[in-house]
Ligand binder design. Structure first.
Ligand SMILES: [Zn+2]
Ligand SMILES: [Zn+2]
Length: 250
């Protein structure tokens, strides 16, 4: 009864809100009808590719793989390009396009995670092997960058996930010690990799010890940053590290 009333009042709230502030969808420009959808409209969410358990992927880095394999062989699928990475497994909620891309870009300006996005992060985290994580750690910003932006978008995502999953949120163990430009123009993959190598340190090793860490970030591109984080955590005694991002290019 109470829940139905809440649903009703949420619907009323959305209706009132869209009358007062008809927010334009960041993708197509038409109105966003449901507050929980964040910056994109329902139609754009529908057009955005969300990954599911049926997708065949490299079990380690999450890269979409062609073809199909038997259910019991899914864990053995590897792209081999990620063999050297320090994390156990990386997953993204979906493709870096449409509603997910707009959500990621909006999060760089405003520290807000829509209900829909939080739910997606949670659903992706609940799948194997990320569901065995014991602690959530956002990919840290360098203090200088943090001062410029005012917040760490990865920490905002990680906090939203921690709230839904009940896992401890740990913003203090891992720090970025080297100020690197994240996407400097003209940087090839090797240069990017070198720029984040040894850029992270674990300040509270006791908190990471024997834990299965879930690293959270907005976008997974080459994986160099999260791999460097996972290496630092592993050196500090963490059992293993997983990676969860909102999106990845496909
Ligand atoms: Zn739209
Ligand atoms: Zn791979």
């Amino acid at each position: 009864m109470k829940l139905r009333l809440m649903e009703k009042s949420n619907a009323l709230y959305d209706a009132a809100l869209s009358l007062l502030y008809p927010q334009a969808c960041a993708v197509c420009g038409s109105g966003v009808e449901v507050h929980a959808d964040g910056v994109a409209c329902a139609a754009c969410w529908k057009r955005t590719r969300i990954f599911s358990e049926d997708d065949l992927i490299c079990w380690k880095c999450g890269l979409l793989a062609p073809g199909s394999v038997a259910e019991d062989k899914r864990r053995e699928v590897r792209c081999r390009r990620c063999d050297g990475e320090a994390y156990t497994a990386a997953r993204a909620c979906g493709a870096y396009e449409g509603a997910l891309r707009a959500s990621v870009l909006a999060l760089k300006r405003e520290p807000y995670v829509s209900k829909r996005l939080a739910r997606l992060l949670f659903e992706t985290q609940q799948r194997e092997p990320l569901n065995s994580a014991t602690r959530i750690v956002p990919v840290p910003l360098h203090p200088e960058r943090l001062r410029e932006r005012g917040f760490n978008q990865a920490a905002v995502l990680a906090a939203a996930l921690a709230k839904l999953s009940g896992l401890p949120f740990d913003e203090w163990s891992l720090v970025r010690t080297v100020h690197t430009e994240r996407h400097r123009a003209g940087m090839d993959e090797r240069a990017r990799r070198e720029s984040v190598e040894n850029a992270f340190a674990v300040r509270r090793p006791r908190l990471a010890e024997n834990e299965r860490i879930l690293l959270v970030d907005d976008v997974f591109t080459t994986g160099a940053t999260v791999s460097s984080c996972a290496k630092a955590l592993g050196d500090a005694g963490a059992q293993e590290s997983f990676v969860l991002t909102v999106a990845r290019p496909v």
